[in-house]
Design a binder for this molecule. Structure first.
Ligand SMILES: [Fe+2]
Ligand SMILES: [Fe+2]
Length: 136
């Protein structure tokens, strides 16, 4: 396991926290599959599943930012783009990927995810919590 889910990763907005837990589980599984030397198809499938779930999650966050007129939407989307680009590079070169390159890429995702969640997503979560509470 690479990332341990703990309360400091919670942003306090349940739909986002739920999706983050799924992403953490997928990153951990991918990491473990590479570490134990699982076959290439399994690793590739894990990477594609992760990319799909990341894209869906980012779309979901973007929808929430639009709905609630989040002021820092452009900056937040820029951060999302960095991870999407990294995943695109990985998926484009998937046939040539070696174990160490994959471990390095997964390490990047781990650091990106943790930094983004405790920083940008935490601010978004607080904003959504306040916005949805005052609209209720
Ligand atoms: Fe985000
Ligand atoms: Fe997020």
């Amino acid at each position: 396991m690479l990332i341990e889910w703990h309360d400091s990763l919670r942003v306090g907005f349940e739909p986002i926290d739920r999706e983050h837990q799924i992403l953490v589980a997928l990153i951990n599984r991918l990491h473990d599959d590479v570490i134990v030397g699982r076959d290439r198809d399994t690793v590739e499938e894990g990477l594609f599943t992760l990319a799909d779930q990341v894209a869906a999650h980012f779309n979901h966050e973007d929808g929430l930012m639009r709905t609630w007129s989040y002021p820092d939407r452009p900056g937040h989307l820029l951060e999302h783009r960095r991870l999407i680009e990294q995943l695109d590079i990985l998926l484009d070169g998937i046939d040539l990927l070696t174990g160490p390159a994959l471990i390095e890429a997964i390490g990047f995702m781990d650091r990106w995810f943790t930094d983004h969640v405790v920083g940008s997503d935490a601010r978004l979560g607080a904003y959504l919590r306040a916005s949805t509470a005052s609209a209720a």
